[in-house]
Design a protein around this ligand. Structure first.
Ligand SMILES: [Zn+2]
Length: 153
């Protein structure tokens, strides 16, 4: 699968963590992503406006559109009002891209798809992998072994 991604944030640190998050997903999925800086992109990273985070402007860090079809189409928005570390930007990018890939929240606090707090999130567990495998072709051979998040360079 080829995925054209537009990285349209003014935050160069976020842009870099987001690219690394895409690289992480490309180790699991049969996915090749490339930068597509036009309307033809399938996924777009943007700086969200205040209205997107109106429900909790100081707490909500990012949002994404859930795809309801196999094809990707949509945006991931970060809240510029919340200051985040590189590691947080990276983990949240992985989490939000997971939503774009069709994953829902996982009650396991170790999962990168855990909803509440990403500090202890470190892997995709068997439930995440099964859900992914139902939608996408995976590179990983085993669905029972958790896939640990790649460390930042
Ligand atoms: Zn989420």
């Amino acid at each position: 699968m080829y995925l054209g991604v537009r990285v349209a944030t003014a935050n160069s640190i976020l842009a870099q963590q987001f690219r690394w998050a895409l690289d992480f997903w490309a180790t699991i999925l049969d996915l090749d992503w490339y930068e597509e800086n036009s309307e033809n992109c399938s996924m777009e990273l943007i700086d969200g406006g205040r209205e997107l985070f109106a429900a909790a402007p100081d707490i909500m860090v990012a949002r994404s559109q859930f795809p309801d079809r196999m094809a990707f189409q949509g945006w991931i928005a970060f809240n510029p009002a919340v200051a985040l570390t590189k590691t947080e930007l990276y983990r949240i990018s992985v989490h939000e891209i997971g939503h774009m890939l069709g994953l829902r929240h996982n009650p396991n606090a170790k999962s990168l798809m855990y909803d509440l707090d990403l500090d202890s999130s470190e892997s995709l567990d068997a439930a995440d992998l099964a859900s992914l495998a139902a939608r996408h072709k995976l590179r990983t051979a085993s669905l029972s072994e958790p896939v640990t998040l790649t460390k930042l360079p």
